[in-house]
Design a protein around this ligand. Structure first.
Ligand SMILES: [Zn+2]
Length: 67
């Protein structure tokens, strides 16, 4: 019997490399490898497409919340 079990390979989830450093992602911080990389990406996201204006410097002079 040439019993190579290559036929019974269980379909594992394709591991996504960490978008930040390219390391294998961890389950807890998927798709990142660590909390740190997750934070890095989060910060980038926040400061990029979703910039939050600083409320302290905000002047209530007819502000128009633009997207
Ligand atoms: Zn990483």
């Amino acid at each position: 019997m040439s019993g190579e079990e290559t036929d019974k390979v269980t379909p594992l989830r394709p591991k996504r490399p960490c978008p930040e450093c390219g390391r294998p992602s961890a389950r807890e911080t998927y798709p990142f490898c660590s909390t740190r990389c997750k934070q890095v990406d989060l910060n980038r996201w926040l400061s990029g497409s979703y910039a939050i204006p600083v409320r302290d410097d905000e002047e209530d002079d007819g502000e128009e919340p633009s997207q």
